[in-house]
Design a protein around this ligand. Structure first.
Ligand SMILES: [Zn+2]
Length: 462
């Protein structure tokens, strides 16, 4: 058995398929996709994070299937969310840039109308489709509302409590004043995108005192309640000490989100056994692991690994943790499969259903990631234990990591393993050449003023 195959077979460990299927699987009439912005895989406690940050989510995951090695397609919102919602790599959907941090130059390519989105797929199958995203990159006029019957069009950066209000509002619009009793009567696809773990890292009570017992006494040393731009000015040297100050703030935001999501999920009965619930993030966050803060600067694990959980107690095994690398691209074909809907042609992920089936261990291809200028221009491949990151900009650097031995990606093995490097580069080049190009599109300027006002109202700028 060669090294790669052996590593793949070691990595695929499905544990604790404790409960057999509860009932013959039909198809779910309620499908709920919950995505959380900037939520790192290793800060979710169903993936083992200590202290426990997500007690409510962990409880849901015990009746679901957790993918412990799930990757985004990129390391920031526009390319990643467009992939989640189209099942295509960024090169093929074209939403590769987008900038709203720098308020003097604000534009983003729209999600092309000619692509079939997840919402269009469900809409076409007779589902009422409702989308509530809290991230300006996902505004209706950037193409993200296509396929949705009801959409939170402004997609402002709202805290979870206010996102929950928007969900209630959209359900009331869709199903009338008695929506609480009636919203589950037909077929519904509901997508909620939360924002909280994203900067500014707000110190959330009561969790902050638990995660940073000295927070009250040393408040000034913590980069709390500041947007990233201000953090970078106030703390110009992102080192491990600063990372250690960010962690408890970030953890408190994750726990705040979990508590808020618990409220909404309890109120709406999202844990009902007949509901298909998919939980994921768009990308992670760096806390100085590679000398930087925030996201979109690299394709390292802290930025591209995301939590992923699929839960449908009536139709899927309970409690499995699958270690095999998968991609957020796999979610669209998976949801199509589980809902019994034909997937649109040309999807670039693979359904996770065979992997979730008991004793299933199908062969799966590598997972890829992309990042585009004006960010660093990078491609990455994860195959078996190996991750290779190639800079396709002028510097042309290559990094190779053995992730089981070096999960933090600190030891570049590229010069020690030239044969493996060329093998992985050839595989990556073949994949890249096979990608259909995105439909051509013109960037859409965003109105600076409304975004500025929104940021100001949230205390993000002064
Ligand atoms: Zn994001």
């Amino acid at each position: 058995m060669n090294e790669l195959l052996r590593a793949v077979s070691i990595l695929w460990i499905a544990v604790a398929l404790a409960v057999p299927r509860a009932a013959p699987a039909a198809t779910p009439s309620i499908v709920v996709l919950v995505s959380v912005d900037t939520l790192r895989a290793d800060f979710v406690s169903f993936n083992g994070h200590q202290p426990v940050t997500t007690p409510f989510l962990d409880g849901l995951a015990r009746q679901g299937i957790v993918f412990r090695t799930a990757y985004s397609t990129s390391s920031w919102t526009p390319p990643a969310m467009a992939s989640l919602l189209t099942g295509l790599y960024p090169t093929s959907h074209g939403v590769t840039t987008g900038n709203i941090q720098h308020l003097d130059h604000v534009e983003q390519p729209p999600l092309p109308q000619s692509l079939t989105t997840l919402a269009e797929m469900f809409h076409g199958a007779g589902y009422t489709t409702i989308g509530v995203p809290a991230n300006r990159h996902l505004m209706a006029r950037l193409g993200f509302a296509q396929g949705f019957d009801f959409y939170y069009r402004d997609a402002a950066f709202l805290p979870a409590a206010r996102v929950n209000d928007q969900v209630r509002k959209k359900l009331a619009e869709a199903f009338g004043s008695h929506w609480r009793r009636t919203w589950k009567h037909g077929k519904v696809f509901l997508w909620i995108h939360y924002f909280d773990p994203h900067d500014p890292y707000i110190a959330r009570h009561p969790w902050i005192d638990r995660y940073a017992p000295d927070f009250r006494r040393h408040r000034k040393e913590y980069p709390a309640n500041l947007v990233m731009k201000e953090i970078k000015i106030r703390f110009p040297h992102p080192d491990a000490a600063l990372g250690a100050r960010i962690r408890p703030l970030y953890e408190s935001e994750v726990s705040y989100w979990d508590a808020q999501f618990k409220q909404l999920a309890t109120e709406l009965g999202l844990a009902d056994p007949d509901i298909l619930l998919v939980f994921v993030a768009d990308h992670g966050e760096e806390m100085a692991e590679h000398g930087a803060l925030g996201h979109s600067q690299s394709l390292h694990e802290e930025l591209v690994r995301v939590p992923l959980m699929v839960r449908w107690p009536e139709g899927l095994p309970h409690g499995a943790h699958i270690m095999q690398p998968v991609s957020i691209l796999d979610l669209m074909p998976t949801m199509a499969d589980l809902a019994g809907i034909p997937a649109p042609p040309g999807l670039q992920g693979q359904s996770l259903v065979p992997l979730m089936a008991e004793n299933g261990n199908p062969r799966r291809g590598p997972v890829y990631m992309e990042l585009f200028p004006p960010k660093p221009h990078l491609l990455a491949i994860r195959q078996g234990p190996w991750k290779l990151i190639r800079d396709i900009g002028p510097s042309g650097g290559v990094s190779l990591y053995s992730l089981p031995a070096d999960p933090g990606e600190h030891h570049n093995l590229a010069s020690a393993r030239p044969k493996l490097v060329s093998e992985l580069q050839r595989t990556m080049a073949r994949w890249y050449r096979s990608l259909p190009p995105a439909p051509s599109q013109k960037n859409i300027p965003l109105k600076n003023k409304e975004i500025e006002e929104e940021l100001r109202s949230l205390g993000y700028i002064h």
